[in-house]
Design a protein around this ligand. Structure first.
Ligand code: CP3
Length: 341
């Protein structure tokens, strides 16, 4: 591979500057994304390897980032298990058959590798296009976050039904989480076998959980998934909103990298983690709405803080919002790439 910055930083080796990629880099803030999106539905895009590859390559070609991330969604596992998934513009994901009873859970399938073969096919097309230039990151949703979509039937503000299941029917919740975790570990291994160079686990909504509930209903399953991965030289990145609180616990699941949100001083949290665990983050995505001089100042402030640290990947604390100006995102990548330790 020509540019190994991301892999080096993930394994806490020295790099000349921090590598840069951004969560949701393959998305709606790019006019070129809309040219494709206007022709196909989101799920068609995910399921057609050539189109998924086209979208994956947009930020590689237009932003010159140091890593590509597979164009897909965390909910494709839940769909393969039997969730009747649709995406509606402006509304987001919906499951027409929410999972709320033991009977609903028992119906979910766990042998779904064949149904997700399109992801392996997309990975192969993307790797041909990347031709060894930069690493490709694969990903999956963490069991708690995926469970929340299945139980609520879509996005939620307060996760009321999901938490009610955790609290009133923990046995049911564990049955569901265990099934999702089995599928997730197999799915990440399918991506690794198809050729991804790193994987990220997204537990986007873990922030909603108390420490005890996070430990019992999320951390436990992520630990199991990570222990089952055919990792060899594939770094594992663990992301959650709430990582500024949960990071020390997340480290016990043995990821190589923890992605940190913006509520915390990055160096401070790194110093509280085992030495071999790298960090990714942690610019507030809203900074990318601001003036360029502010963008540069805030990125440099973060870099000055992290100077001398191995094991640092530049990213946002969460995904790029769709209405962030493309020009600002491009500028931020340039600022990172001209920096030297
Ligand atoms: O990062 C990337 O660019 C790779 C692609 C990617 C998408 N979704 C594409 C997408 C990744 C890594 C995801 C992960 C994902 N999906 C997460 C975890 C990341 C996070 O933000 O915390 C979550 C929670 C989802 C579930 C999901 N998918 C929601 C809630 C929505 C609708 C809300 C929204 O932001 O639009 C989606 C749709 C989705 N996933 C889009 C894209 C580009 C928008 C589809 C469209 O064009 O309308």
């Amino acid at each position: 591979m020509i540019n190994t910055l991301l892999l080096d930083a993930a394994f806490s080796k020295p790099t000349e500057r921090p590598p840069v990629w951004m969560m949701r880099q393959a998305g709606r803030f790019m006019p070129q994304y809309w040219e494709i999106k206007n022709k196909y539905s989101f799920l068609e895009m995910c399921k057609t390897p050539e189109i998924a590859a086209d979208v994956t390559m947009l930020p590689v070609d237009l932003l010159d980032v140091d890593a590509a991330i597979l164009f897909s969604d965390i909910l494709v596992t839940a769909e393969a298990m039997g969730g009747d998934l649709s995406f509606t513009q402006g509304i987001g994901p919906k499951f027409a058959n929410p999972v709320r009873t033991l009977a609903d859970i028992e119906k979910l399938e766990t042998e779904v590798g064949d149904k997700l073969q399109y992801v392996a096919d997309a990975i192969k097309v993307i790797q041909q296009r990347l031709n060894g230039k930069i690493p490709l990151i694969g990903f999956a949703g963490a069991p708690f976050t995926v469970m929340s979509y299945l139980v609520e039937g879509g996005s939620s503000k307060d996760f009321k039904l999901t938490k009610l299941m955790l609290h009133n029917e923990p046995g049911l919740a564990h049955r569901l989480l265990a099934k999702i975790a089995t599928v997730t570990a197999d799915y990440l291994n399918l991506q690794i076998a198809a050729g991804v160079n790193a994987v990220q686990i997204f537990d986007s909504w873990a922030q909603a959980l108390s420490w005890d509930d996070y430990t019992e209903f999320s951390h436990r399953y992520i630990t199991g998934i990570i222990s089952k991965l055919n990792r060899k030289d594939i770094p594992v990145i663990s992301f959650c909103k709430g990582s500024s609180v949960f990071a020390p616990l997340m480290a016990e699941a043995k990821p190589d990298v923890i992605s940190i949100d913006w509520n915390v001083d990055l160096l401070d949290i790194k110093n509280r983690l085992p030495k071999e665990v790298a960090v990714q983050g942690n610019l507030d995505p809203h900074i990318l709405y601001a003036d360029k001089k502010v963008i540069k100042e805030r990125i440099y402030r973060l870099f000055e803080r992290m100077r001398g640290e191995n094991g640092f990947i530049f990213n946002l604390g969460h995904g790029i919002m769709p209405d962030i100006p493309f020009d600002n995102v491009k500028y931020a990548v340039e600022v990172v790439k001209e920096f030297r330790y």
